[in-house]
Design a binder for this molecule. Structure first.
Ligand code: GAL
Length: 852
């Protein structure tokens, strides 16, 4: 036996020496995924590689690991990798292999969701536009041209992963793959062909022989051996379609996505923790946060219509890669306590006991030794005290307590021990006060030059057609922009014109945004919204005798990514276009011969990429302000330090921005969210939905635009803007995101720290809750204690104040323990602070400053 062990070690050493990794066997049973014979309880998180930069990946992955994740999930984005049929691209942010290898290097697993339909608020759901033009194609149904292309791309990705030995069966990190995405939500629209398609997709995937299981999410009829999984804000009620399959949750939405024109959604961490704990309480074995880090929709990657450039998602790691506290920390505590239960959880199904109305206990046992229990109060109103196994437990409303030994509480989803980061404002409007971290602004000392984009037709590849063309079919999404131009002769003094010159120009459009020019002047703009993309524009115009030119600039803002037949949702000016005069006299222009231009002159000239040719044409005098269709350019030096950088484009209207030729995305700060529907706080108790907790009402939906540091050099960077409607470039700021002070508030009644669980010697100590603080950067220390109170402190981080009961010693004690250190822990107990009010449950609230 002993000898065998030695031999195994020896073989392992040789394997590692030769760079050979050992293959893992991944299978599943009713209870869990089984990796090398062991059932695993796994925590996963979504990080989509192209929504950040390769330079950011290692840090994001490390923060995911530190947060207690076992698995990183990513979709594979077909339209990034095959923008032109048969021409593949896996460079830079598209380097999928590099990303998967980085996850492996951190010791984490990968769930690769190949799709290739991915939804994901991604342009066209991830499908390349050329796919739309394949003769006879119908997407996502039993259609041979579609199936051929889907199979080709799926095989391409699987082969790439196999070549690089990336499946667990080959010694790599990929333990799971997904085919299709939530087809079950919409399959009825495809009739019987939908069922044939999903069966085909299942066998096509299985035939790839990856050696690891496949999943289909939201697909109740997923054929064996594909595991059907759940997506949603809660999945505790879900059961897979066979008792041979484990209960898996592939998308637990940690917040929600942002739309231009929309309010900013957020989801309280107490509710997320409740949902996750409920899932494991009721037999779940794998749960994935969608998103764990959302990132940024750079370039034209955002779907839509109207998906914003920021894909922050209120995720545990923010758009810039900063951990969002207390979200990240509270979930980390949750994960540690779930892990303490892993052996018991994996062993068998739980036994359920009702502890009263809305009160549930589930107990898991592994032999006589191991026992884990989950106690839930699913009521939304009142806290309860329950008796379980002869002990008494306090359960706040809408909360779950986790007892890794069936006795002591390691975690309660409603009691946050984690630190909170406090924002701090410098020179920035209140719109950003709701940000978790501070935002300080640095005025940009820029010298601008500019060049006008011609109104109407200016390119030689213009063409003419009778009638109005649908936009996506016309542009093939090569540009957001399509010009519709018409010249119409007016005699002068036409009887239908008001005062002989005026009429109402009426334009019907499928959206997404529209700017109308008459004789070179902007006469009106219109836009749809995320619920209804259609635009109807009516504006009074003055016509002149002779030729009048009508130029309509129709703009897409991300192509539809969701729904049955999403690919058929058109865009652009599809009519009618009319002149309306007196007595409802109407002239219909819709069927006339229009001249078309796909894209802008500036795009053709490469103004956004700062090509040499363009340099000659820029003018630096009389910088136009608040005028439509202007290209602006300026040089800048990178702000010092290593804090993440964003551009505050609050002074602009709508357009796109490029830094050193890389698109940081579409910007649209002039599109504000509705005035109503927000609340300053949100009750986490009760079922969450994407409209429940909203902020930023009446403000630009997105004003800050992430500029990855790796896209800039120290000096002489170029910023280019294309402004559609009018803005003032002098009002642009750089902002850097820096953490202000840190806070934490922990009650005597909170669960005690998890790191004490392993050691029996600390059994005594583990009954004492701990307040923990850590400065976010390794080079920072706690420089001063702004506030400390043990008793009944009031307020929240940033405005704590003493309550009626407060120990005199708190500030001194915390200062002695914490000042000068990067991190510190303080026991929250009257033993440490003395008891300022006997018989009252006390808490310790602290706010500190961190500096270098
Ligand atoms: C799901 C979909 C994801 C994403 C999410 C919302 O339905 O599978 O790709 O779109 O909704 O963020």
């Amino acid at each position: 036996m002993k000898q065998g062990g030695v031999w195994l070690c020896y073989l392992l050493l040789i394997a590692c020496d030769l760079g050979i990794s050992l293959a893992a066997n991944v299978s599943y049973d009713h209870r869990a995924l089984v990796i090398d014979g062991k059932r695993r309880i796994l925590i996963s998180g979504s990080i989509h590689y192209p929504r950040s930069t390769p330079e950011m990946w290692p840090d994001l992955i490390q923060k995911a690991k530190d947060g207690g994740l076992d698995v990183i999930e990513t979709y594979v984005f077909w339209n990034l990798h095959e923008p032109v049929q048969n021409q593949y691209d896996f460079q830079g942010r598209k380097d999928l292999v590099k990303f998967v290898k980085m996850v492996a290097a951190a010791g984490l697993y990968v769930h690769l969701r190949i799709g290739p339909y991915v939804c994901a608020e991604w342009n066209y759901g991830g499908f390349p536009l050329w796919l739309h033009f394949v003769p006879g194609i119908e997407f996502r149904t039993d259609n041979q041209p579609f199936k051929t292309e889907m199979q080709r791309f799926t095989s391409k990705i699987v082969q790439l992963m196999k070549q690089e030995q990336l499946f667990a069966s080959q010694g790599g990190p990929i333990i799971l793959s997904q085919i299709e995405n939530e087809y079950g939500n919409i399959d009825s629209a495809y009739g019987p062909a939908g069922k044939l398609y999903i069966n085909w997709a299942a066998s096509m995937a299985t035939a790839q022989n990856t050696g690891v299981p496949w999943v289909m999410c939201q697909q109740a009829d997923a054929p064996d051996p594909i595991i059907n999984t759940c997506n949603g804000f809660y999945c505790d009620q879900f059961t897979p379609n066979s008792n041979q399959k484990p209960k898996m949750w592939t998308e637990n939405w940690t917040g929600w996505f942002l739309s231009f024109g929309g309010r900013v959604p957020y989801r309280p961490v107490e509710d997320i923790a409740f949902a996750v704990a409920r899932f494991f309480q009721q037999g779940g074995c794998f749960q994935n946060y969608y998103m764990y880090q959302g990132g940024t929709n750079f370039g034209h990657t955002s779907g839509g219509p109207f998906i914003a450039t920021s894909y922050d998602y209120d995720a545990p790691i923010d758009e810039y890669g900063i951990v969002r506290q207390p979200k990240w920390g509270h979930l980390k505590d949750l994960h540690s306590s779930v892990k303490l239960c892993e052996d018991a959880l994996a062993a068998a199904d739980p036994t359920f006991t009702s502890l009263g109305p809305n009160l549930e206990a589930h107990m898991y046992r592994a032999g006589p030794e191991k026992c884990a229990a989950f106690l839930a109060n699913v009521g939304t109103q009142s806290d309860q005290t329950v008796t379980f196994n002869g002990n008494s437990y306090h359960l706040p409303a809408w909360s779950v307590s986790i007892l890794p030994d069936c006795k002591n509480v390691a975690f309660n989803s409603a009691k946050i021990n984690s630190q909170i980061t406090r924002f701090e404002m410098t020179q920035i409007e209140s719109a950003f006060k709701s940000e978790v971290s501070s935002v300080s602004s640095v005025p940009l000392q820029l010298t601008w030059s500019w060049i006008p984009e011609p109104v109407g037709i200016s390119k030689s590849d213009k063409f003419e057609r009778d009638g109005l063309l649908e936009q996506v079919n016309t542009t093939a999404d090569l540009s957001d922009y399509l010009w519709y131009s018409l010249s119409i002769g007016i005699m002068g003094n036409e009887s239908f014109l008001v005062n002989g010159t005026q009429a109402v120009l009426h334009i019907g459009s499928l959206g997404h945004a529209l700017h109308a020019f008459v004789n070179g002047k902007l006469v009106g703009s219109g836009t749809g919204n995320s619920e209804n993309a259609k635009v109807t524009l009516e504006t009074s115009v003055v016509l002149k005798p002779g030729n009048n030119v009508i130029d309509l600039l129709s703009v897409t803002v991300g192509l539809q990514n969701y729904g049955a037949f999403f690919d058929k949702k058109g865009a652009g000016v599809t009519g009618p276009v009319t002149f309306m005069g007196i007595q409802n006299h109407t002239i219909d222009l819709s069927k006339k011969q229009w001249t078309y231009q796909v894209g802008l002159k500036g795009e053709e000239l490469g103004l956004n990429g700062n090509s040499d040719m363009s340099d000659t044409q820029w003018s630096s005098s009389d910088i136009p302000i608040n005028q439509p269709l202007i290209w602006y350019k300026a040089n800048f030096d990178t702000p010092d330090g290593d804090d993440p950088i964003a551009l505050d484009l609050g002074g602009l209207g709508k357009g796109e921005a490029w830094v050193n030729g890389q698109s940081i995305g579409r910007y649209w700060p002039s599109y504000s969210s509705p005035q109503d529907g927000c609340s300053s706080s949100c009750n986490y108790r009760g079922a969450y939905n994407s409209n429940k907790c909203l902020k930023n009402c009446g403000m630009p939906s997105q004003r800050l635009y992430h500029v990855p540091r790796s896209w800039m050099t120290q000096k002489g960077n170029t910023l280019v803007l294309f402004e559609e409607v009018g803005g003032d470039p002098a009002k642009i700021f750089f902002v850097k995101k820096t953490l202000g002070s840190l806070c934490a508030q922990v009650s005597e009644s909170h669960p005690s720290p998890l790191d004490a669980w392993e050691s029996d010697a600390r059994r005594e100590q583990r009954l004492v809750p701990e307040l923990r603080l850590e400065c976010p950067s390794a080079n920072q220390v706690i420089s001063s204690i702004k506030f400390a109170s043990f008793g009944t402190p009031k307020g929240t981080c940033g405005n704590f104040s003493h309550g009626w009961c407060s120990s005199q010693t708190a500030l001194d004690l915390v200062s002695k323990v914490c000042t000068g250190l990067r991190s510190c822990k303080v026991g929250v107990s009257s033993k440490t602070f003395g008891d300022p009010c006997k018989g009252v449950v006390k808490s310790l609230a602290v706010e500190v400053l961190c500096s270098v």
